[in-house]
Design a protein around this ligand. Sequence first.
Ligand code: NAP
Length: 242
Amino acid sequence: MTTSTRSQVAVVTGASSGIGEATARALAAGGYRVALLARRLDRITALADELGNGSIAIAADVTDRDSLQAAADRVRQELGSASVLVNNAGVMLLGPFGTSQRDDYRQMIEVNLMGAITATEVFLGQLKDAGGDIINISSVAGRTARAGNGVYAATKWGMNGWSESLRQELLPGIRVTLIEPGVVATELPAHITHAGTREGVQKLYDQAEVTAGDVAEIITFVLSRPRRLAINEVLFRPAGQQ
Ligand SMILES: NC(=O)c1ccc[n+]([C@@H]2O[C@H](COP(=O)([O-])OP(=O)(O)OC[C@H]3O[C@@H](n4cnc5c(N)ncnc54)[C@H](OP(=O)(O)O)[C@@H]3O)[C@@H](O)[C@H]2O)c1
């Protein structure tokens, strides 16, 4: 990224760990002032202190529209209009399909899909003012589905459809990019509630070679392209993933 991005403001949801944390680091290193949003305020406060350069930590639950609206108000007041929104907050609560997983289904839909939709809705005015980018973190699971990941995949397929519509609606002022990673080493599987599934998925993730930093690098590349060029979609996997 160039120094021309130095005064720009980026908002990252789910900035307390994994891909969100790495993206916040990369954006700050590229000169953005970054608003870090997540529920774990201790983590994002420590990260904002470390990053400096005007970064701020804001406790926000993406399932709570009021907390997102308050975050948007704070960003505008303290940093100015955001030109980048990274819709990254997500949960992957895998398990066999059945009634016992119902709370997990609701949580995935509320966080992964409605959370991104609501964050975009409350930041849209700023993004239009500043001219900018929406980065939606989808997944390989937004392109293919497997036994046991149906509702997670449904949230990511939903995000893909919504993103494409948004892309057409907001062009040319706002670019919308879908990021679709395969397995990335993060704490994502640690939150799976179905014990047998958690153990199996954790074993897979323990061997993961692609890092959150790799994803962040792709995001900063996308953002740094000249405004005449929009990268609409980036699908990538570990080289050994089917
Ligand atoms: N790792 C992978 O293999 C992979 C592959 C493809 C796509 N993805 C996607 O990448 C995104 C980031 O996941 P990750 O792998 O980096 O996992 P992670 O380390 O578990 O990060 C998830 C982030 O989402 C936040 N979050 C969860 N629920 C939230 C809520 N209700 N409100 C606000 N923030 C919430 C968490 O913060 P708090 O708990 O502090 O709120 C955390 O910062 C997700 O959308 C995931 O679906 C991951």
